[in-house]
Design a protein around this ligand. Structure first.
Ligand code: HEC
Ligand code: HEC
Length: 446
């Protein structure tokens, strides 16, 4: 009898304790949410159906690429977390989709990982690309690689970004002498790199030759004559589509912030407390975007062809500013839906989310013990396994990476649970965005 009573008491006590710690956690999180000004993402601008539909067609249509062999969707596919599942993207001349995509003969990998494009229509964004080379806002104007050649009339930073994949030779435009998949001369590739405005103009000529596009443009811009429309109108429509299609604010963590206390489990709650507290993650992954939009050097292993004057290295933001403090610095990625956007980092150095997280806690160890054998074969040798490079990177690692007390395995597990709670179920079910056909008649599925 006594035994049953004490067992009863013990179980009762355990339940009370659990409920108490549960409540403690919720209270701690409530103040974290308040202090960090976090909330379930506000809905974004509403675009006309016609504009979104034009944007959707352009996004999936290979007509935007010099050789007519690659579309935006090849690298930002709805079925692949709005990216391409590759460590480094494969541009013009490549074949296939996702992890099975193959390089074209004589081509190189794109130096960087295709980022996801979730929630990029949020008004807080004022930077684009891993090195922030597009920045600004509608009031202040935009900085971009095209400088004063950028056409006026772009509605937001996402539209500004959409002007550039088509001018990039590696991504979409192709090389002088290339032919299209139909054997025509690639007229876009013949244009000098110094004349992006001519590329945009000739692309519009391509589009206006296709009656279905003329109709789509007329529907999207009913107040303007089609002959007056430029590629900025195409870019605005692409941005409208990206915003409508890839904005999500119903992840379990979003629902939790909106007051549904059982939307995430205890482990994710402990992970959130660590993320915004002891583990220091929110110093950089801050605010509703989970990015401060600043570039930081966190010592990610160098691999791939490299970029610009620093090849075979990619020195990140330094290429833009020439400031030593920016060497190897890349923009803090947003973490919404991050679990479905691997491989991770600016060059896809990690195939596992856990490794990407653990890297932050000991960049030196992770840099020095980096296992390049997990990369696709042709990339393995490109890993810069060089002590001098490692020392340069580690010499000025971002001090915000220092965590006061080392985290235990259980803590990492909790942080991962929190990161998983950032996945919106709907972001996994986006096949419906892929059109059966596009106005050019070029293939859509591969
Ligand atoms: C060959 C693959 C490829 C193609 C095709 C491509 N992209 Fe990208 N995209 C990338 C890579 C790689 C980056 C990052 C480049 C960098 O930061 O230097 C990127 C960056 C972006 C970003 C910036 C995201 C951010 O937060 O910084 C957006 C938005 C985007 N692309 C949209 C598009 C659109 C729209 C198109 C079609 C017009 C397109 N992309 C075509 C690979 C591609
Ligand atoms: C000093 C700023 C900073 C801190 C602190 C920080 N991060 Fe990061 N994080 C970054 C930057 C910058 C990158 C991209 C680096 C690169 O690719 O070179 C990144 C990348 C990531 C990625 C990969 C995302 C992707 O899309 O590739 C994840 C996941 C991540 N961080 C989670 C965390 C977690 C969890 C913590 C806390 C333990 C944390 N970060 C702390 C700056 C930071």
């Amino acid at each position: 009898m006594k035994k049953t009573i004490s067992l009863f008491l013990l179980v009762g006590l355990a339940i009370v304790l659990l409920a108490f710690t549960g409540r403690e956690l919720d209270n701690a999180l409530q103040s974290i949410i308040r202090q960090n000004g976090l909330n379930q993402h506000a809905p974004v601008a509403d675009y006309s159906d016609a504009k979104v539909e034009l944007g959707r067609m352009l996004f999936f249509d290979k007509i935007l690429s010099g050789n007519k062999d690659i579309s935006c969707a090849t690298c930002h596919h709805p079925a692949l977390g709005s990216a391409d599942a590759l460590p480094l993207a494969i541009g013009v001349g490549g074949e296939g989709l996702g992890a099975a995509r193959q390089m074209g003969k004589g081509r190189e990998r794109i130096p960087r990982n295709s980022p996801d494009i979730f929630n990029r229509g949020a008004k807080e964004w004022h930077t684009m690309f891993w090195d922030n080379r597009v920045s600004g806002d509608i009031m202040a104007g935009y900085e971009s690689p095209a400088d004063e050649k950028l056409i006026a009339g772009l509605e937001n930073i996402l539209a500004v970004q959409a002007m550039f994949p088509v001018t990039s030779r590696d991504e979409m435009r192709g090389e002088i002498g290339d032919r299209t998949v139909n054997g025509e001369i690639n007229e876009l590739a013949l244009i000098s790199n110094a004349m992006p405005q001519v590329v945009w103009h000739r692309l519009m000529l391509r589009l206006k030759k296709i009656p279905a596009y003329v109709e789509l443009f007329e529907a999207a811009y009913p107040d303007e004559a089609v002959q007056d429309l430029g590629f900025q109108h195409a870019a605005n429509a692409i941005a409208a589509f990206e915003t409508e299609a890839f904005t999500f604010h119903d992840s379990p963590w979003d629902l939790y912030m909106d007051g549904m206390t059982n939307a995430i489990d205890e482990s994710a709650k402990r992970g959130a407390v660590l993320f915004y507290g002891k583990a220091n993650c929110s110093t950089c992954h801050s605010g509703n975007l989970m990015s401060d939009q600043q570039a930081h050097n966190i010592g990610v292993p160098q691999l791939g062809p490299g970029k610009g004057t620093a090849e075979p290295l990619d020195v990140g933001r330094y290429l833009e500013t020439g400031d030593q403090a920016d060497a190897f610095a890349f923009r803090t990625p947003s973490l919404k839906n991050t679990a479905i956007t691997g491989p991770w980092m600016h060059n896809g150095a990690y195939n596992s989310l856990e490794e990407a997280v653990r890297h932050h806690l000991d960049p030196k160890l992770y840099l020095q013990q980096y296992d390049a054998s997990k990369l696709p074969k042709e990339l393995q040798a490109s890993f810069q396994d060089d002590e001098e490079v490692a020392q340069r990177m580690l010499g000025q690692i971002d001090p915000a990476l220092q965590v006061e007390k080392p985290l235990e395995d259980k803590d990492i597990g909790d942080i991962l649970s929190f990161l998983y709670a950032l996945t919106d179920q709907s972001a996994l079910e986006l096949e419906h965005l892929v059109p059966a056909t596009v106005p050019s008649g070029l293939p859509v599925k591969d």
